[in-house]
Design a protein around this ligand. Structure first.
Ligand code: BGC
Length: 415
């Protein structure tokens, strides 16, 4: 008999002697982790849950950035059959709390001491009216640039430190017939590049004004016009087949030498890791020029469900997610860094350690900012309005001036 069975048997015997039978923990987990690297990461959570006596029902909804998963979630909630655990990000947690849809996780949080285990800024996102209603699995960095070292060497360029250097490198590569930018034409991927460009061209205070405060002057400013000028350049650096391509296929272009750079959050590193590629040799990582840190935290919320087995499953899952063992193993696969403070990073690669180092600096000097593209900065109605303009501009010949005007109009309209 396996150790696991013996332990489960012993737990059952104890509860029978006490006159109670503990419900068997069950979860149904809605997430959008379907690429190779993402699937490897979610398997870590699934294995940890089942090793602790739980039964896991998987509900993956393909689609990078999670828009399709959130649509599937709304449909399930509307039909009165919410999944018990849901991958979610940022202000969407509050939105579901306002619908009275979320379970309170205070019991697990105080038993496990979550307040002391999380950076304050991250803990705040997980709380609804001061009580934990979500639990974070990671901290992703969004403003990353990934590159193929052989292609850069061929063109005689190095990792750009400024956007002007990026443009020079991209122009050289393009002149040699090499696709400078591996990109997938999906709105959330366009928006991911936009996050990095707003930060890089406008600086961190401009990023905050435009994408967090939605300040109409900033959105319509000359600086925003310059941002769209750079977006137009980015459009010129993608290949002809970019429309609709999934992000992980764009990452594969970097791996296979079909494109030189990708601008994407560090879930892209999960793909490199899953393909046994190592940074420095097979690929390069560097923050996009910007001097700040754009974060994106994946959390799980537990939706209100009936049944002791489901409730027990939610508690067990929440507890395991904050465990050091899980946070290490999961993030090694996922490309992100642990949300749990004090987790040993010695097994992590250079890019992750750089991420952790930069995160601490950014947190101390006010340059740690939430990702707009990944729903961390503002509520869905506003981020959707901005993303629409960014995508429309990227996929048409709209002028930069018109795009800045369209941003102002879109926000006024959404208000
Ligand atoms: C999520 C990541 C995910 C990526 C691509 C992001 O919004 O935070 O966990 O890997 O989308 O789907």
């Amino acid at each position: 008999m396996s150790l696991k069975k013996i332990l489960i048997g012993a737990a059952l015997a104890t509860s029978l002697m006490a006159g109670t039978v503990a419900a068997e923990p069950k979860v149904e987990v809605l997430h959008w982790w379907t690429s190779g690297g993402e699937a490897a990461a979610v398997k870590v959570l699934m294995d940890e849950f089942t090793a602790n006596g739980g039964t896991w029902t998987d509900m993956p909804v393909a689609g990078g950035g999670g828009e399709a998963a959130m649509t599937a979630l709304r449909a399930r909630v509307l039909s009165g059959n919410a999944p018990s655990a849901v991958q979610i990000q940022g202000p969407a947690i509050q939105e579901w709390h306002e619908e009275d849809a979320l379970s309170d996780l205070s019991d697990v949080a105080s038993a496990e001491g979550w307040d002391a285990l999380l950076p304050e800024a991250i803990a705040k996102i997980q709380k609804c009216e001061g009580k934990f209603c979500a639990v974070p699995v990671n901290i992703h960095r969004v403003d990353w640039m990934w590159a193929n070292p052989a292609l850069l060497a061929k063109a005689g360029v190095s990792m750009p430190q400024t956007w002007a250097e990026f443009n020079d490198a991209a122009d050289k590569l393009k002149a040699m017939g090499i696709t400078p930018l591996g990109h997938g034409g999906q709105p959330w991927q366009d928006a991911t590049i936009f996050d990095a460009v707003v930060l890089g061209i406008g600086g961190v205070e401009f990023y905050k004004k435009a994408l967090m405060d939605l300040d109409l002057d900033a959105l319509g400013s000359d600086t925003m016009v310059a941002v769209f000028d750079q977006m137009r350049k980015m459009r010129g650096y993608v290949d002809d087949n970019f429309a609709g391509r999934d992000w992980n296929l764009a990452t594969a272009m970097i791996m296979n030498g079909e494109a030189a750079f990708q601008i994407m959050g560090d879930w892209a590193k999960g793909e490199f890791t899953n393909a046994n590629k190592t940074p420095g040799n097979d690929y390069l990582c560097a923050p996009t020029p910007g001097g700040a840190f754009i974060y994106n935290v994946d959390s799980f919320t537990m939706f209100k469900v009936d049944g002791d087995d489901k409730k027990a499953g939610q508690k067990l899952l929440a507890k395991l997610i904050m465990g050091e063992k899980f946070q290490t193993a999961f993030n090694l696969s996922k490309g992100s860094i642990p949300a749990r403070l004090g987790t040993d990073l010695s097994a992590f690669d250079y890019c992750s350690r750089r991420s952790s180092y930069d995160l601490n600096i950014a947190a101390s000097n006010g340059s740690l900012v939430p990702s707009h593209a990944h729903g961390m900065a503002v509520r869905g109605v506003f981020s959707g309005a901005v993303t629409d303009v960014v995508t429309n501009h990227f996929n048409s010949d709209m002028s930069s001036q018109d795009a800045a005007k369209a941003l102002v109009a879109a926000i006024k309209n959404a208000e």
